[in-house]
Write a protein that binds this ligand. Sequence first.
Ligand code: AMP
Length: 285
Amino acid sequence: MQSTKRRPAVVRKLAPLRRIVARWRAAGETIALVPTMGALHAGHLALVRLARRRASRVVVSIFVNPAQFAPTEDFTTYPRTFVADVRALREARADIVWAPTVADMYPDGFAVQVVPAGPAAVGLEDAARPHFFAGVATVVAKLLIQCQPDIAVFGEKDYQQLRVVTVMARDLDLPVKIVGAPTVREADGLAMASRNAYLSPDERAVAPVLYRVLKLCAEKIAAGRPVAAILAEGRETLERAGFRLDYLEVRDAETLRLPTKGRPLRLLAAATLGRTRLIDNVVVP
Ligand code: AMP
């Protein structure tokens, strides 16, 4: 461990956060924000390292956002590993951990929502989780306003979220550049995710099939074979492996609408193994 690495300051209140950000701005520093829900893994830390290369100051927010969980989902049991997270962020050289409380983010009487359309209303994650993107857009808008970053880094792992946040920043004229970062995977191809901790050993052994099917389907689509048949085959393979499939779809990489000729494509999937919902996506080369 290098002796120059300093533990990031943990900031829990908006007033000190604003003071620090103002001081940085006055000194001509550039600021990157990496929003997370904690339970950090190597995927998150790759985002922090990318942020470190692109700005002179890095804020990592850790906030498990109740607004993006449905009542049936895992808000209360979502993994929380704050002490280990701060330790990992020291190694990744974050300057600040912004960790507001739920009561400060959503005080009594909180009455504003950012409700995105466009890529948030295309029948992918939004079909399975109808309130999800309003919860995400609202909290990301708040985090951007609180931290005033020049750039904010999001993972391609949550590809629809990356598109939704990009369009939100553009449409609200937020003075921030949204930067996408490649998906970090386990050695067997499984996309790293905090919820992978829920997988039983048997499920963990099956989980990489999702990425394998995505890669195979993407290659076949790129080779010009009929898309409907490829997707039907991919869906069948996943279901036979034990996944309950929400979707396996090929879409316009930018709008996430149905593909039209000559436009870049993205292949996206979401499926549940036991009680763990996995999402993943790949480029169609
Ligand atoms: P989360 O804590 O799950 O809300 O994720 C915070 C950020 O990390 C989001 O921008 C995610 O897309 C990103 N992220 C999560 N997992 C990965 C991964 N395996 N590779 C790259 N980015 C990721």
